[in-house]
Design a protein around this ligand. Structure first.
Ligand code: GLY
Length: 415
């Protein structure tokens, strides 16, 4: 089977790596891909017509979509009725990520455990909500914002500033919601669904802030690990009963066409797990640890979703822990320079797990081309061994102004 993967990040490199291991996979293309992926094709993820032409030309049977944008713009609907299968939710279901307001209303409709929220209609309501919550709120822009539309506030002033910023960036009438801020530990629960059942991968944890100790501005993710020791069977059962299963009932009641990956961003609070957000795709950098931890064949798992036979799928995981340290360009998530030579990857042992993100090849030389540059994934029988293995790899690699967090997965050791 020939396959096209849509996207260009570390997530898509990991998906390509895992799909290529399947005996059923023939040619695996990445559109547009990066400096680490093979068979790159320079077509943008939202150029559906060009994607279709390419797929017909290369006899592609399966499109695996990495990022949210093509899903929110309806790539699944675009290919409906064609012989090319697209793995992901349809446009309606993609609103679970594409519209924060719609998504919260969906959660409420189906009894999914989540924080209280408001959609204020005027400044009097904003003031009343801000005062009631004593400034402890999260302000979320309604639309897709590449992780930049969420403002975690600790004072009423910060709430007003967040609303101003949303209006400045997205227009005077830009929709947003205000949510009660929750305290606790975050965990990412990512599953596969065929619309009838959901099967969960190992729990994982992202590290969004740029600096050690979860300080500094939010990024796309500076590292991840799995499994997460505090997320035990009891907690997973609770997450399933209060978040995952009500969501599945919602998907079925709404009549969505959902055969894809569903991501639950969860806050484990003193009152139990609460859903922060859905993503209708794999997380990045969670994918870079989840796929190495998956023993089962990813193509078989994907086809089980597309064929509606997921309930019978034999889902298996590899033993041990996986830790991903992201190497980023100095300045990220603000402005940063590109085109820095990357050296030292040849020093890594054969079989070392390296997933490229912001890299490109220029006359055979690997260079930086983005904020998050490389994902170095360590593995070990214990979490500490996996951390040590990842940071051993980090020591080998260098580029000008490279930076990384030194405490990835450390919080997993304290449980
Ligand atoms: N790791 C967070 C995300 O993929 O949105």
């Amino acid at each position: 089977m020939n396959i096209a993967i849509i996207g260009s990040g570390g997530r898509e490199h990991a998906i390509a790596w895992k799909l290529a291991q399947s005996v059923k996979a023939d040619d695996v293309f990445v559109l547009p891909g990066n400096g680490g992926t093979q068979n790159n094709v320079p077509i943008a993820p939202t150029n559906f017509e060009s994607i279709k032409q390419f797929c017909l030309e290369k006899k592609i049977e399966l499109i695996f979509v990495g990022p949210e944008d093509p899903l929110a713009r309806g790539i699944v609907d675009f290919f409906a009725g064609s012989s090319i299968k697209v793995f992901g939710p349809d446009k309606q279901a993609a609103q679970m990520e594409g519209s924060k307001i719609w998504s919260k209303q969906f959660m409420k409709r189906y009894g999914v455990a989540t924080a209280d929220f408001w959609i204020p209609e005027d400044t009097f309501q904003i003031r009343a909500i801000a005062q009631e919550m004593e400034g402890q709120a999260v302000v979320k822009y309604d639309g897709l914002a590449a992780g930049k539309g969420v403002f975690v506030c600790s004072s009423t002033t910060e709430i007003y500033e967040a609303i101003d910023e949303i209006h400045k960036r997205y227009g005077r009438n830009a929709p947003y919601l205000i949510e009660r801020k929750m305290k606790g530990q975050e965990v990412s629960i990512i599953g596969f669904t065929d619309g009838q059942s959901i099967r969960l991968l190992q729990p994982s944890q992202d590290h969004k802030p740029a600096l050690d100790g979860d300080k500094g501005p939010n990024t796309g993710g500076m590292g991840a690990y799995c499994p997460v020791p505090f997320c035990d069977e009891t907690l997973l059962e609770k997450i399933s009963a209060t978040i995952v299963q009500p969501t599945l009932r919602g998907i079925q009641s709404e009549g969505f066409q959902y055969k894809g990956v569903l991501y639950f961003g969860i806050m484990v609070t003193e009152d139990g797990p609460k859903l922060l957000e859905y993503n209708v795709r794999f997380g990045d950098p969670e994918t870079e640890v989840l796929l190495p931890s998956l023993k089962s064949d990813l193509l078989d798992l994907t086809l089980a979703c597309l064929n509606g036979t997921l309930a019978d799928f034999n889902l298996e995981f590899n033993n041990g822990y996986f830790v991903d340290v992201v190497l980023a360009s100095g300045g990220y998530p603000g402005s940063y320079e590109k085109g820095k030579e990357i050296n030292g990857l040849d020093n890594l042992p054969a079989g070392a797990l390296v997933f490229h993100a912001g890299t490109k090849k220029d006359k055979g030389q690997l260079q930086t081309s983005g904020g998050r540059v490389l994902n170095l994934v360590g593995q070990g029988a214990t979490l500490q061994a996996a951390i040590d293995s990842a940071y051993q790899m980090v020591k080998q690699v260098r580029f000008d102004k490279m930076y990384f967090r030194k405490d990835i997965a450390k919080k997993g050791l304290t449980v």
